[in-house]
Design a binder for this molecule. Sequence first.
Ligand code: KG4
Ligand code: ZN
Length: 346
Amino acid sequence: MLILGIESSCDETAAAVVEDGRRVLSSVIASQIDSHKIYGGVVPEIASRLHSEAIVGVVREALAQSGRALPDMDAIAVTYAPGLIGALLVGVNFAKGLALSSGLPLVPVHHLRGHVASNYLTSPQLAPPFLCLVVSGGHSHIVQVEDYTRLKILGRTRDDAAGEAFDKAARAMGIPYPGGVELDKIAEGGDPTAYPLPRPRVAGAPLDYSFSGLKTAVLNTLNNARQKGQEVSVPDLCASYRAAVVRSLVETFLKAAEQTGAKKLAVAGGVSANRLLRRELSRLCKETGRELFLPDLSLCGDNAAMIASQGYYEYRAGCVAGTGLNAYANVSLDMDFRDVKGEGRR
Ligand code: KG4
Ligand code: ZN
């Protein structure tokens, strides 16, 4: 079964063709990062406009590179939530038009479920159930993937997402957007023990995260040094901060694995590219006899192959939208599309 995937939830316009949820025939990504860089973050209005400009060419290119044509597709999968509403609407409306004109079924896909599916593309042997740490720019969740379309959230961040925490600390240190990627590189050359940082905990919720205190600690370190006229070693601060964030992510994730008895663990989302996170999880999973699945680096960030992969499983589970499909800035990943208010009845 061939699925055309379309993604436009943030600052990447992407399209891909995937066979049977597992084999990528093509994957095209038009990144807008350079256009947002000068503003220090994604500007929603600019994102929507650039998606509108890019989407036709990106979808055409994805079909051309796959060696197939639109009539060869079995369904069109599109990210309908969560994300920037104006950006999502570009992909959703384009996919609706394409579905209407071609007669193909339209399959709505939750962006974070798509991130989870990046592991299906990387590891053909991976099948639910498994436990997944979903860490992106907007979300941090510990998710029990009971089945391809049945997911349960066991823990979540109470404030900043992991990617957001990396980006904000990077910005405070004068590292340009998207800072998380660069902070990770700089940290490789720093001393992670140089700056003591707190160990964040959420009272009464052992599987939840909180990163805003760590970010404040970095700001305080920078301000104190400035006031005293002292130099801050950016590589050391990056390394200390990265170590603190990763320690929190890993400790809590492994606690969830112990509680649930999960033997198969996976990571997904932009932050799954983090070098230390990958190393630490690999080491600890080996030590504790757990199997770890990491997405290929090319699939960690936003892409449409992961949307087409998850779209395949959603379609098989009977999840098809009408032409009234809307986009949503916030929908929880454990929610079935048919239970989203107003959608099940269309
Ligand atoms: O999943 P993603 O591409 O977009 C969202 O769905 O949000 O995640 C983007 C986030 C950004 O915050 C970015 O800084 C972070 O992932 N990120 C990283 C790394 N690569 C991307 N954070 C830490 N280390 C990295 N290597
Ligand atoms: Zn994403």
